[in-house]
Design a protein around this ligand. Structure first.
Ligand SMILES: [Fe+2]
Length: 260
């Protein structure tokens, strides 16, 4: 089974991801070569600056799907958005239908949200709660890259206990964002707190969409079964609107006891 990548900036011209069509195609090639066959395009979306990603993203995805087909690249592209967790999102949580339309692939269940890199936004917990009241599950993008959460990992457990899914970046696992993100992402996996890994790809080379290195690293940390859950089965469950499976973290203790 191949990888499903829930987080990418592959659509050109919408954010700081792919700069043009050539980069879009290079990213698609790198993703496919790394074993990804399904990718959700999740441009950054700040609802305080621009409303309604669901009106803008699906037609652009459709246009780029045709380009992939034309050049014979078998990557399935789906619409989504990475929504900044701020007052704009908070305001929208008053409308259940609107919130459901923000979900990945428009399936009404999972919303990819992100935080600023340094701090936590005011009203974060209330916004998360209101998203849940709309029947949706927030997926927090790359929590290992937020400074406040890195300084106080107990907050990450609190978020997970409240039903927030945590998505670790593939580059964090492989060390592309430095030692702190590498260590924290490994800890999130070992403790079973993060149940999703995605690329958050911005370019064909740096911050790339090749998930194979992260899959290998997750396998070293937790075993192949867990790596498959993180990069294949749970991302598919997200797109199907189903609950995610817990990681078989027991594998680790068994492996450790064998080593002793
Ligand atoms: Fe992103």
């Amino acid at each position: 089974m191949s990888f499903t990548d829930l987080h990418s900036h592959i659509l050109p011209g919408l954010d700081d991801g792919a700069a043009n069509e050539a980069e879009f195609l290079s990213m698609a090639r790198v993703a496919l070569e790394g074993g990804t066959t399904v990718m959700v395009a999740t441009p950054h979306w700040d609802l305080e600056e621009k409303p309604a990603p669901w009106e803008h993203v699906p037609p652009i995805v459709e246009q780029y799907r045709k380009k992939l087909e034309f050049v014979g690249l078998g990557l399935e592209l789906l619409p989504g958005a990475e929504i900044r967790l701020n007052a704009g999102l908070y305001r929208l949580t008053g409308e259940e239908t609107a919130v459901r339309r923000l979900t990945l692939a428009g399936n009404g269940r999972y919303i990819l949200v992100d935080l600023p890199l340094m701090d936590l936004p005011v009203g974060m917990e209330e916004t998360i709660f209101r998203i849940q009241l709309c029947g949706c599950t927030p997926i927090l993008a790359h929590p290992e890259r937020n400074r406040r959460l890195a300084d106080d990992p107990a907050l990450l457990r609190e978020l997970a206990d409240r039903g927030v899914e945590l998505q670790v970046n593939s580059g964090s696992l492989t060390g592309a964002y430095g030692r702190v993100a590498r260590r924290l992402s490994a800890a999130l996996l070992r403790e079973g707190l993060a149940r999703l890994v995605a690329s958050d790809a911005h370019r064909p080379e740096e911050r790339h969409p090749d998930l194979s290195g992260a899959w290998k690293r997750a396998g070293e940390l937790l075993g192949v079964k867990a790596a498959d859950l993180l990069l294949k089965e749970n991302p598919r469950a997200v797109l199907a609107g189903e609950d995610l499976s817990a990681l078989p973290t027991g594998d680790v203790s068994r492996r450790r006891s064998r080593r002793r």
